[in-house]
Design a protein around this ligand. Structure first.
Ligand code: NDP
Length: 451
């Protein structure tokens, strides 16, 4: 029964063989398995019950057709998915992404990461993720509504307040959550907390919108404070200009740091004068209301430059970096540049933004490096609090929620230290997050036996 003889390479080859054409999923499993293999040496129960192999095999992957009609009466066909990775410690929980780059591999990697992240929060949530290759850019509100309704017309069968509770992610914000919640309620005639990230009028939680970006900066602050340092006075390079990036920027500014960059898929803006709260508010309106592009920033704010061609901001000299756009947006060469330019800390607002080569560079340089599964868990944590508020039919005050978010991020930081601290005091946050996230889920799975 024991698979002690299976080494890491053999395990990864097996994952590759079973998941052909799914590089993102294999990458995410590889990154976590490296640390987990070390941890489970000498702990035969984890081997015998094939715990890692089982976590790396989603409970189920639901794939479905989504038909909708555009404003010119053309029938459009998209593919939708829900990946339910693991519900050992609570209902499946994880966002929905609408973006043309969405594939089964991307959603499987996100659901796998989510399992560890949700465990790290200390809240009772399993891991899932869903989405579609639908591109909301350039679509009218009515087109987005028809798509969301059609998507939910299948998804409703697979989700529920105690089964699987989706939220937003890239391309899915308050507008899309509202359309999906409305359709769920229409079909089931039930008002339950089946989605999080809802509007405040219908069961949403205060600070859910801000939580991921704020949390990533709290985590950065926790890492710096452990070194008797702080965000105050630091220059920060941030990628992205969506929900996570703008709120990360806001918190850096609130803590006395200076934000130099933001980006979108077309390129990045560099504002040497600093991106102030007023400028961040302008970006929020640009992206959320006008649905505009970051290149417009330089027309509004003199002294800023825009670098196009999909360029990323990692060449701008900074003290700290927050990748907040998408997966694999920071490679080995980018990581070398950041380290060479004196960057002392990286906190990932996005999921898996740094590729395996980039992670190696950060680890070798021994800078403070927080992987997304730890640093961006603030969003899902407040989603967990939204679920509690919905079940208890109550709404907590903003100050209470702000404090809970800070406490949860501090708790995640402590869990990372528990398994990530070396004898010389250096902290490997990747190892800490992987092992702490794994252990809780693994021990619950052992309790259930072979199911
Ligand atoms: P948004 O849709 O609000 O913003 C995404 C941003 O990233 C936009 O600026 C977008 O630019 C840019 N972007 C998207 N895809 C690419 C790409 N392929 N190349 C370059 N830039 C890209 O999403 P969020 O801010 O919610 O999510 C950002 C990241 O944070 C994702 O990795 C997500 O999984 C992660 N995350 C989000 C959470 C949340 O609560 N929202 C929770 C935890 C993690 P453009 O406008 O050009 O598309």
């Amino acid at each position: 029964m024991s698979n002690d003889h299976v080494d890491l390479d053999g395990f990864i080859k097996g994952v590759e063989r079973r998941n052909p054409g799914q590089p993102e999923f294999v990458q995410a499993v590889h990154e976590a398995a490296h640390d987990i293999f070390d941890f489970i040496q000498g702990k035969p129960a984890y081997h015998e019950y094939q715990i890692l192999r089982r976590i790396a095999e989603p409970d189920r992957v639901i794939s479905f057709r989504v038909c909708w009609e555009d404003d010119k009466n053309n029938i459009r066909v998209q593919r939708g998915w829900r990946v339910q990775n693991n519900n050992a410690i609570g209902p499946y929980k994880g966002g929905i992404r609408f973006h043309p780059s969405v594939t089964e591999s991307v959603l499987k990697f996100l659901a796998f990461e989510q399992t560890f992240k949700n465990s790290l929060t200390g809240l009772p949530m399993g891991g899932g993720k869903g989405g579609s290759n639908f591109n909301p850019k350039g679509k009218s509100d009515h087109e987005v509504m028809r798509f969301c309704q059609s998507f939910m017309t299948e998804l409703y069968r697979h989700v529920g307040a105690d089964i699987d509770v989706p939220a937003g992610d890239i391309g899915v914000g308050g507008r899309e959550i509202g359309y999906m919640f409305g359709q769920y309620k229409r079909i089931t005639n039930e008002f339950t907390g089946v989605l999080t990230g809802k509007g405040l009028e219908y069961g949403g939680s205060l600070i859910r919108t801000e939580a991921t970006g704020y949390g990533a900066v709290y985590f950065l602050q926790n890492m710096l404070e452990a070194k008797k340092n702080s965000v105050a006075g630091k220059t920060a390079v941030i990628s992205g200009s969506g929900n996570v990036a703008t709120h990360a920027a806001e918190k850096v500014v609130q803590l006395g740091g200076k934000v130099l960059t933001l980006s979108d898929s077309e390129g990045f803006i560099h504002d040497p004068d600093g991106i102030t709260q007023e400028k961040i508010d302008w970006v929020k309106v640009l992206k959320n209301k006008r649905r505009g592009r970051m290149s417009e920033y330089v027309k509004e704010f003199k002294g800023a430059t825009f670098t196009g061609g999909g360029a990323r901001p990692w060449g701008v000299k900074c003290d700290v970096a927050l990748p907040c756009a998408t997966q694999n947006e920071l490679n080995g060469a980018d990581a070398e540049t950041l380290v060479k330019n004196g960057c002392i800390a990286v906190s990932e607002g996005a999921n898996m933004p740094t590729d395996l080569a980039g992670i190696e560079v950060f680890k070798k340089a021994r800078i403070l490096y927080a992987p997304g599964k730890a640093a961006n868990a603030g969003g899902v944590a407040v989603s967990g609090l939204e679920m509690s508020q919905n079940s208890g039919r109550r709404a907590w005050k903003e100050e209470e929620l702000q404090q809970m978010l800070k406490d949860i991020m501090l708790g995640i930081h402590s869990r990372c230290l528990e398994y990530g601290k070396d004898k010389d005091g250096h902290v490997d946050y990747v190892r800490g997050a992987n092992i702490a996230g794994f252990k809780k889920v693994a021990d619950a799975m052992l309790a259930f036996g072979v199911v």
